[in-house]
Design a protein around this ligand. Structure first.
Ligand code: TTP
Ligand code: MG
Length: 347
């Protein structure tokens, strides 16, 4: 049966909440963060300032940049308000961050005159109850919905009816727009002459696997073709397995962080296999001395318990980290767990 999935994503979330609280910030370049940036206002983004960038670097790009401290309680409160609204629509929802989530509309979309109508009404309600704008994507799976929500930021709505429409759009886009293609993989792909998504179509799955690794090959092969069978999983049906350490003396080098995270990886991986789980998503979490929190996640299209694939996901995420000083907490977890992989084999 054809699915209808909605992905909503608040625009410049932390920054928009701050702007709502203090309208004088409108039109100003500012960021929310401490040592590293959680998010940048759209004005600051014009200077190339972005999430996860160290603040000192951002200041070089934009000398007038204002830095606001993170007020996570406030953002969580706003997030809770949004979650309540979403849960009134259906219980088939998956919140993946404070400011974004998937809503499975398959069984309820007929109650609305059209997909566009649903999206417009939803956006209006969010604005009414939070004073904030969001962008909305509606697709035939999670992948296409997620890409769609990013197409007309801020406050835009985009819809993909089917994979044909999706491919028409994605084929000319830069390869980094495939979810999970981080900086390191992008560089490797560019070196191999793969610049746009359509350049992937010339390579078979086994060629991709030889060049990149199993997890990356899966991602590139399936996502570039708009294939994603994963379900909207409410309340993280399958729980997660993870561990984290806090450090009285903060970690301050790439080597230290790598060693710590590798340790945690091994511990968590052992538990995954002992408990006979298969996973699809790896999350790395770091907290810095100034309490800024960075999370990075990477998802596969299929569940696995293969160590090489999972370690490769870890490497992918690790290469995205930009700030290695004053790390107070490092954690790693596997989510989207299942014990039954047989249902996955249909692709
Ligand atoms: P995003 O949705 O990635 O970014 P955004 O909402 O700020 O901007 P956009 O309009 O492009 O969606 O993240 C949501 C919030 O999560 C963001 O406001 C701040 C926080 N965040 C971090 O704390 N650390 C990070 O590394 C990222 C990417 C986001
Ligand atoms: Mg957002």
């Amino acid at each position: 049966m054809e699915r209808v999935i909605c992905h909503y994503d608040m625009d410049a979330f932390y920054a928009s909440v701050e702007m709502r609280e203090n309208p004088q910030l409108k039109g100003q370049p500012f960021v929310v963060g401490g040592g590293v940036i959680c998010t940048a206002s759209y004005e600051a983004r014009k200077f190339g300032v972005k999430s996860a960038m160290p603040v000192f670097q951002a200041k070089k790009l934009c000398p007038n940049l204002k830095i606001l401290p993170v007020n996570i309680d406030l953002y969580s409160e706003v997030s809770e308000t949004i979650h309540k609204l979403v849960k009134k629509i259906t219980d088939k929802v998956e919140f993946i961050a404070l400011d974004e989530g998937y809503i499975d509309l398959t069984n309820i979309i007929d109650k609305y005159p059209s997909k566009l109508y649903f999206a417009e009404k939803f956006k209006e309600r969010i604005l009414e109850i939070t004073g904030l704008t969001c962008s909305i994507g509606i697709g035939y799976n999670k992948l296409s919905a997620k890409i769609a929500s990013d197409m007309k930021k801020p406050a835009g709505i985009s819809i993909f009816k089917n994979s044909h429409e999706f491919i028409q759009y994605i084929k000319d886009r830069p390869i980094r727009e495939i979810p999970g293609v981080g900086k390191k993989l992008e560089v490797e792909l560019l070196q191999n002459g793969i610049e746009k998504v359509q350049d992937i179509y010339n390579l078979s799955y086994s060629q991709l696997k030889k060049r990149y690794s199993a997890s990356r090959a899966l991602l590139l092969y399936y996502y570039s073709r708009g294939i994603d069978d994963s379900e909207v999983e409410n309340e993280r049906k399958a729980h997660s397995i993870g561990a984290e350490n806090t450090y009285r003396y903060p970690l301050s080098s790439e080597e230290d962080l790598r060693r710590e995270l590798e340790d945690i990886f091994q511990k968590v991986y052992d538990r995954l296999t002992e408990e006979k789980f298969y996973t699809k998503t790896l999350i790395i979490k770091l907290k810095y001395s100034d309490f800024t929190l960075i999370t990075r996640s990477f998802s596969l299209t299929k569940h696995t318990n293969d160590r090489v694939t999972l370690y490769d996901m870890f490497e992918n995420l690790f290469s995205e980290i930009e700030e290695f000083s004053n790390i107070r907490l490092a954690g790693l977890s596997f989510t989207n767990l299942t014990k039954n992989i047989y249902e996955q084999l249909q692709i």
